[in-house]
Design a protein around this ligand. Sequence first.
Ligand SMILES: Nc1nc2c(ncn2[C@@H]2O[C@H](COP(=O)(O)OP(=O)(O)O)[C@@H](O)[C@H]2O)c(=O)[nH]1
Ligand SMILES: [Mg+2]
Length: 105
Amino acid sequence: MLQIAVCGKPNVGKSSFFNSATASAVEMANYPFTTIDANKAVAHVIKDCPCKELEVTCNPHNSICIDGKRLLPIELIDVAGLVPGAHEGKGLGNKFLDDLMQAKV
Ligand SMILES: Nc1nc2c(ncn2[C@@H]2O[C@H](COP(=O)(O)OP(=O)(O)O)[C@@H](O)[C@H]2O)c(=O)[nH]1
Ligand SMILES: [Mg+2]
């Protein structure tokens, strides 16, 4: 499954977006480093499925078709905030970068 990491400065709403997109309930709060360990959950991109236009029955293997709408799963990864000097070990340093590197995007 495609993995997309949500990356940004501390306290900008990454975990709030993650919760909305995946119907999760990870901690979100108005101070930096509320998120330490990365959170992962599945969200769906919703597109029109060609099955309606082609008038065929749809039975996809890697996604879900509901009444002509195709739900394509992606794994979202919510990581700690990006701080200056992370590559030198500041903030969560390399741990933060390791979490990010799992993602394709
Ligand atoms: N005004 C405003 N506040 C937001 C928005 N999204 C999140 N917040 C608040 O910003 C704070 C940090 O949110 P959080 O999701 O924990 O940020 P993160 O550190 O980037 O994961 C929380 O108090 C949220 O309620 C938004 O779109 N607008
Ligand atoms: Mg967060």
